[in-house]
Structure formats: structure tokens, C-alpha cells
Design a protein around this ligand. Structure first.
Ligand code: PLP
Length: 331
């Protein structure tokens, strides 16, 4: 039920660190999961079973499926401030207040990097303050890391948020996915891990995770796990993968600059600084649903109506056309 041991071992090293003491001390209960979604769902079910009266605090906005996942697991949802529409950046003060005001021992859902849909991540200093306040309140941080490597191009750097929490002595939950950073969307390959107090608790938690998996899908598929463990278990292949992840992230970063430059060259009076300040696969453009509708109907450019552009779809060949269309509907 727990899936591939080799894949899970390699996946934990990516998130917790190659030489993590928690891995050595067998303090991480981890199972192969059906990609990031499956990892989140397994955790939500685990939360409901063992903390039936607990709530989950979810950022506003978030990946829409988070709401569906915790809803279907029958966990009560609360929200916390995250995005500030005025600055198109982080509402740090609102976020900190909500952490302070939540009942002690609440569950908080955090995007480890490349926040979806906003592309707005806290700085390292802000993560340290968030970690501190979550510790003070005795909250439980659950990280969703769907884009490790896709934000900065370096999986180590993208795991910094989690490492800060680990240094502060938190117990954490973590969902990992290979859908984007290894292009394995169709294989549904990921991992759910829970950092425990000690080895005894780890054995118990892992056993309970497996018991949750058994009646849901019995056991996860083997193919993606073999791809991941083959690549990450071979230093040469792993290096090649790291280079390719960086190339993908750098391409997206390059497209952000190109889109902003093109808009500025067209003489747009609006500030497009947020395009390059944001990080990861998505640009939360700030366009209204009506402007997005115009892009669709008049220019055949498609994005979610909240104005979220998938930067992965922007290329040197279409960035000029895109900038021109955005300028037309926003001027
Ligand atoms: N979490 C976030 C924040 C995401 O953006 C996504 C993908 O869109 C996922 C989880 C889950 O992706 P998957 O189930 O394909 O790994």
C-alpha cells in the first residue's frame, strides 16, 4: 500500500535534504501517493480520522482543488489572508494576524514554493517569521509542494521554506508531486510524508496512512515510481534531470521578462512589475474576468477567468502577440 520504497527514499531526500537527520532517525512516515492531489487527499483523510474536530486554514486565493479535497474529506475549512490585490504581492500583515488569531493547534496549508495561482511567495525572512508564529501558536503546518525546482530552477532553494520549519523544530506534513518537475502528470506519482516525534510514532503513522490507502485505491501504480527511482537513484541521470529542471524554470523566468518588456514597449501606462516579481508557472496578471473574456473572444488567448496566465504556454514566438492583446484589453 505504501508504494515504492526506493522512490519514497529519493523523494524525501529532495524535500528534507540529502543528509537529513530526520531520514537517518527514521522520523518520517511516508508513502507513495497519487501525485500531489492524492497526497493532499490522503492527508486530509488522515486529519479527519485522527483530529475529527480540527479545521484547515487555506490561503486566499489557492489552487481551487484544495477546497474540493478538504471538503470531500469533511474537514471544516477556514481561510487566511495571502494575496494583496493592491500590491499584487503578499499580504504579510494579514497573513500573520490570521495565524495569531486562529485557535491554537490549527492546521495551516502552505504552498512550499511557486504559489498557485498567484506566483507570490514569502521571502526567506518572511518564512522565518511565519514559522516562528506558527510554532508559538502550536499550529500544524502542512506543505503542498507541487513545483519543487520550477520556481527558482534549483530544488534545494525551492525547499527552503520547509527547511526553515524543520530548523525551528516543527512536525510537518508534506505533499510532493512529480507531475510538473519531471513531466509525469499522467503517471500520478508523488509522495505524502509526515514528520513524527520518533521512530515508534513513524511506524504507527505510516501504518495508518496505508490503512487509509487500502480501501481507496489499494496500492499506487508502479510505472512512475520506477521512472523516478531510476533517475534519482543514478547520479548521472539525476544531474541531467537537475539541468533540465533548471532549463525549464529559466525559460519561464525569461518569458516573464519578455512579457513585461513587451508591455512596457507598447507604452502601457500600468505597472507590470508583478510579472517578474512573481515566480513559478503562473502569473497572476491582475486582469478582470471581463478583460480575460475579451482576450478569449477577440484574440483566442485562453487563461482562467481570475487572470492567471500559465507562463509555460508563453514562448518567444507568441509573447509579442500576447503582450499586444493584453495591452489592447487593459488600456
Ligand atoms: N497543489 C498545487 C498547488 C497545484 O498547483 C497542483 C497542480 O496543479 C497540485 C497540488 C497537484 O498536482 P498533481 O496532482 O498533478 O501532482
Amino acid at each position: 500500500m505504501g508504494g515504492s520504497v526506493e522512490m519514497v527514499e529519493e523523494t524525501l531526500k529532495l524535500a528534507y535534504g540529502e543528509n537529513s537527520e530526520f531520514i537517518k532517525d527514521k522520523r518520517i512516515a511516508a508513502v507513495q501517493a497519487l501525485s500531489g492531489t492524492g497526497a493532499c487527499r490522503l492527508f486530509a483523510d488522515f486529519q479527519k480520522r485522527f483530529h475529527p474536530d480540527s479545521q484547515i486554514y487555506i490561503p486566499v486565493p489557492t489552487w481551487a482543488n484544495h477546497h474540493n479535497i478538504w471538503r470531500d474529506a469533511h474537514v471544516t475549512q477556514k481561510t487566511f489572508h495571502y494575496y494583496h490585490p493592491g500590491s499584487k504581492g503578499l499580504d504579510f500583515a494579514g497573513l500573520m494576524d490570521d495565524i495569531k488569531n486562529a485557535p491554537n493547534g490549527s492546521f495551516f496549508l502552505l504552498h512550499a514554493c511557486a504559489h498557485n495561482p498567484t506566483g507570490v511567495d514569502p521571502s526567506e525572512e518572511q518564512w522565518k517569521e511565519i514559522s516562528h508564529q506558527i510554532k508559538v501558536k502550536g499550529h500544524f503546518p502542512f506543505f503542498d509542494m507541487a513545483y519543487q525546482g520550477f520556481a527558482s530552477g534549483d530544488p534545494e532553494r525551492d525547499a527552503k521554506s520547509i527547511r526553515i520549519f524543520l530548523e525551528d523544530g516543527h512536525l510537518v506534513g508534506l505533499a510532493q508531486s512529480y507531475a510538473k518537475n519531471m513531466g509525469l502528470y499522467g503517471q500520478r506519482i508523488g509522495c505524502l510524508s509526515v514528520l513524527c516525534e520518533d521512530e515508534k510514532q513513524t511506524v504507527a503513522v505510516k501504518s495508518q496512512l496505508q490503512q487509509l490507502a487500502r480501501p481507496m485505491y489499494s496500492n499506487p501504480p508502479v510505472h512512475g515510481a520506477l521512472i523516478v527511482s531510476t533517475i534519482l537513484g543514478d547520479p548521472e541521470l539525476k544531474n541531467l534531470w537537475l539541468k533540465e529542471v533548471k532549463a525549464m524554470a529559466d525559460r519561464i523566468i525569461g518569458m516573464r521578462s519578455a512579457l513585461r518588456e513587451n508591455l512596457e514597449k507598447l507604452g502601457s501606462p500600468l505597472s507590470w512589475e508583478h510579472i517578474t516579481n512573481q515566480i513559478g508557472m503562473f502569473c497572476y496578471s491582475g486582469m478582470t474576468p471581463e478583460q480575460v473574456d475579451r482576450l478569449t473572444n477577440e484574440f483566442h488567448i485562453y487563461m482562467t477567468r481570475n487572470g492567471r496566465i500559465s507562463m509555460a504556454g508563453v514562448t518567444t514566438g507568441n509573447v509579442g502577440y500576447l503582450a499586444n492583446a493584453i495591452h489592447e484589453v487593459t488600456k
